[in-house]
Write a protein that binds this ligand. Structure first.
Ligand code: ADP
Ligand code: MG
Ligand code: MG
Length: 368
């Protein structure tokens, strides 16, 4: 029996266009012998709309232009369906038209409202199966403060950090600065809930701290301030795993910054072609690779992640493995790190997509 996959994409975030491009790529690569796709788009203003399969497959980069969803489509809604599925319908006046049932949701959204447990909560309420982590793992993975507390409680290694809320910065400024200064400079100031390096500053000196804090607070009232891990390799693993099965870990990838002292900031990720090189896979001696892959697998399990996640590590010059972060909805275009690492590890894009959907279909719905 054919399986109908609702591809949820777009979103009212800065990553709208990337998400549209990803949705196009996934719907072209998906195994057409087993799956039908239904496009469920979220426009830049946050409205839900239906996108027919052929239009979904046509979403791609054209020249330098990334695809976007137009606001001209009529608003759609999700409704409960049967047996772990849901239905999508378009609102026409006071009627619902163009009803489509589907069996499983594959969300290709990044950041707030996509990767942070909110949409996962909506799927749970609908009784709809979906690819990827559940509510708690998504929310804890998105929030660097909660993530670090989970990891340290599970005995996983990370760098030293402090959390600073907007209230603490306003009302306990001296204590906050003291706590931060104990980490030593340079340090990294980050919005707790963010991604794509947005809002992050590397702070070299105390007199640059205030500006970095005010900048990060534009994105989140809660901040995480970390000691800078200097001279370390930046290593990433792609992890796959379902309930009841041990996580599968890919070969390692590496981010190499061209300029010493630079970090993997927004420009290096999306704008400039030559700030950073991605090595897929990267060379690493066997013992170190095994130790690092084990940390990646334990991070996935400690966070309660499901389906997929990319675990990003630092490996210091003396061989210490530190967890930087987990991303429960990593970049997923066919050239992104996550699919590239699996391709290098013997799982091509189409098989990877099938694997994720099959995992989602095995997931129980309702209370568990
Ligand atoms: P995001 O979730 O936005 O990707 P990260 O925490 O991964 O945020 O930080 C972005 C980048 O900043 C990392 O890929 C790394 O290059 C650099 N970075 C972050 N934290 C540190 C740290 N403590 N020490 C050294 N570099 C860091
Ligand atoms: Mg991240
Ligand atoms: Mg990161």
């Amino acid at each position: 029996q054919r399986i109908r996959v609702g591809i949820v994409f777009g979103g009212a975030s800065s990553e709208h266009d990337v998400s549209c491009m990803t949705a196009g790529g996934v719907s072209r690569a998906i195994d057409a012998d087993r799956f039908d796709v239904i496009g469920i788009g979220i426009t830049p203003s946050g409205r839900w709309v239906q996108v027919p399969a052929d239009e979904l497959r046509a979403l791609r980069k054209q020249g330098d232009e990334l695809p976007r969803l137009s606001e001209s489509r009529a608003t759609a809604v999700l409704l409960p369906g049967e047996a772990g599925g849901a239905r999508v319908a378009t609102i026409e006046g006071d009627r619902l038209v163009d009803l489509h049932d589907f069996d499983v949701a594959f969300t290709l959204l990044h950041g707030p409202f996509g990767e942070d447990g909110t949409i996962q909560g909506m799927f749970e309420l609908l009784g709809l199966r979906y690819v990827g982590s559940g509510v708690a793992a998504s929310a804890n993975g998105m929030d660097k403060d909660l993530m670090k507390r989970h990891l340290s409680a599970s005995g996983l290694p990370g760098c030293r950090f402090v959390t600073v809320t907007d209230r603490q910065w306003r009302q306990q400024r001296e204590q906050s600065i003291d706590r931060i200064a104990k980490l030593g400079y340079p340090l990294f100031v980050k919005p707790a809930r963010g991604g794509s390096s947005v809002g992050i500053t590397k702070v070299d000196r105390a007199d640059e701290l205030e500006q970095a804090v005010l900048f990060a607070q534009k994105f989140d009232p809660k901040l995480v301030v970390e000691e800078a891990v200097l001279g370390a390799r930046e290593i990433e693993f792609a992890v796959l795993g379902g309930r009841g099965a041990a996580p599968r870990v890919s070969l390692p990838g590496e981010i190499v910054m061209r300029e010493a002292g630079a970090f993997y900031d927004f420009d290096a990720k999306y704008v400039s072609d030559d700030d950073a090189a991605l090595l897929v896979p990267t060379e690493m001696d066997d013992d170190l690779r095994r130790r690092a892959a084990d940390v990646a697998a334990r991070t996935f399990e400690a966070m309660g992640a499901e389906g997929l996640a990319r675990v990003d590590l630092f490996i210091t010059a003396d061989g210490h493995v530190l967890v930087n972060e987990i991303n429960t909805m990593p970049g997923f275009t066919h050239i992104s790190m996550f699919p590239s690492l699996w391709a290098a590890s013997g799982l091509d894009y189409t098989t990877l997509i099938t694997d994720l959907i099959d995992q989602a279909l095995e997931r129980p719905v309702g209370l568990r």
